[in-house]
Design a binder for this molecule. Structure first.
Ligand code: GUN
Ligand code: ZN
Length: 434
């Protein structure tokens, strides 16, 4: 039985902070410790308390850095590792000119395997220990994605995109093949180790009504699975969707009328929403996912976080690589801060770090497993260095509080600020770099 004790400054959230003064929402310890056995956190507390009961545990001392739960990315595209930073267009042209041609390469299982390794390396380098991913239309892309996740014992969610129209040859399934492949992938992967399957109709434009019916059947047959798709990212996308589904009351109604909305549904972007759509989100418990770097990059629009939260809707936050421009959840929080600033909304750093950890875990209904340093949860942990660049160290000379330090990490930090990452209790970043 191996017991590891990590010693460091420590931050963990118990609920979402209402504001910057909401000290009951989190625990911050100057000399904290986490005791890990078999990949699970056994105890979290002050170093002196934790060591008192386990004098023989192997101690790794990460002071003066800051330890917290690993980051969770609730929307990212695995086959887009070589699409990120593609110039010059908005959503539909970007998909047709760059993204779809690239995704056709994932018909090749060797390419899938190579990219799956690189993709997970990027997540770990950036402190992301769990993600919800879109794979390509090809079954082989999902096999490679989950094989890599399982070999690292990571809690990862993902699924094959269902897409049977408005996409090039080699990138379309059929309603029946999409259904059959999804059934086989759920049977083969869902609940195996730490991975989970996500039913993934890509978006309304690339699925016929017949395919949406199949997605509805999959959702009804597999209530244990999450569902993910895209919603109201771009005005041309919305107009085309309304042409393709003239009966739908609005864009969201396409998904709603096929029974795809529940608390397990993740709706990437959700920017240009009508009043009825917001009502339907509130009623069904489906989760919009804010993708700030992507929304800036594609010129898509501004996500109204406060407007949705005021209706009791719980939003995720995510990178959306490859329209997103960074794998870093720190950089995602940085750009998120700016999107909200443009609308007079101020994202406090305590709320930001809660969002990227426990907040996203709650969106996934996984807060009993990931997103905190609570005893009994899985030991996915990030160690952050707020002095990782000279510019940050200089700014830190004036920082006088935890909130200031967090904000510096949020605005100036990236993969260089991620000192170490533990996945199921195993140190995974420095080992990979070596
Ligand atoms: N809508 C449908 N597919 C995609 C995608 O791959 N990226 C983004 N940003 N939006 C989409
Ligand atoms: Zn996306």
């Amino acid at each position: 039985m191996t017991e590891t004790l990590l010693r460091s400054r420590l931050l963990t959230f118990h609920r979402e902070p209402m504001n910057g003064d909401d000290g009951d929402a989190y625990t911050y310890l100057e000399d904290g410790a986490v005791l890990i056995r078999d990949g699970v956190i056994q105890k979290t507390g002050t170093f002196s308390d934790v060591i008192a009961n386990t004098p023989n545990a192997a101690v790794t001392d990460h002071r003066p850095h800051l330890m917290m739960a690993g980051f969770i990315d609730t929307h990212i595209h695995f086959p887009q590792v070589q699409v990120i930073a593609s110039w010059g267009s908005q959503l539909l042209d970007w998909l047709n000119n760059y993204t779809f041609p690239e995704e056709t390469r994932f018909a090749d299982p060797d390419h899938c395997a190579a990219m799956a390794t690189k993709f997970h390396d990027q997540l770990i380098a950036n402190g992301t220990t769990s993600a919800v991913a879109y794979c390509s239309v090809h079954k082989s892309s999902v096999d490679a994605f989950f094989t890599e996740a399982a070999s690292r014992n990571m809690r990862m969610l993902g699924g094959k995109v269902l897409m049977d129209r408005n996409a090039p040859d080699g990138l379309r399934d059929t309603p029946q093949s999409g259904y059959d492949d999804t059934k086989a992938l759920i049977a083969g992967w869902h609940g195996k180790g730490r991975v989970g399957y996500v039913i993934t109709p890509r978006f309304a434009i690339t699925s016929t009504p017949e395919q949406m019916e199949m997605a509805q059947a999959l959702a009804a047959e597999h209530p244990e699975c999450h569902i993910q798709t895209h919603l109201s990212e771009n005005k041309d996308e919305i107009a085309f969707t309304k042409e393709l589904y003239p009966e739908a009351r609005d864009y969201l109604d396409v998904y709603q009328s096929y029974g795809l909305l529940s608390g397990k549904t993740l709706l990437g972007h959700s920017i240009h929403l009508e009043a009825r759509e917001i009502d339907a989100l509130a009623e069904t418990g489906a989760h919009p996912v804010f993708c700030p770097t992507s929304n800036f990059f594609l010129g898509s629009g501004l996500f109204d976080d406060t407007g949705l939260r005021d209706r009791g809707i719980t939003n995720g936050i995510a990178t959306d690589v490859g329209a997103g421009t960074s794998y870093s959840m720190l950089q995602t929080l940085n750009e998120g801060y700016k999107v909200l600033q443009l609308q007079g909304q101020s994202l406090h750093p305590l709320q930001a770090f809660h969002w990227a950890t426990r907040g996203n875990a709650c969106v996934l209904g996984l807060e009993d497993k990931i997103g905190t340093l609570d005893a009994g949860t899985e030991a996915d942990i990030v160690v952050l260095n707020s002095h990782s660049t000279e510019a940050m160290a200089l700014r830190m000379e004036r920082a006088q509080s935890l909130s200031e330090e967090l904000f510096i990490l949020q605005i100036m930090g990236d993969d260089r600020a991620v000192e170490e990452v533990y996945v199921s209790g195993v140190a995974s970043k420095r080992k990979a770099a070596a």
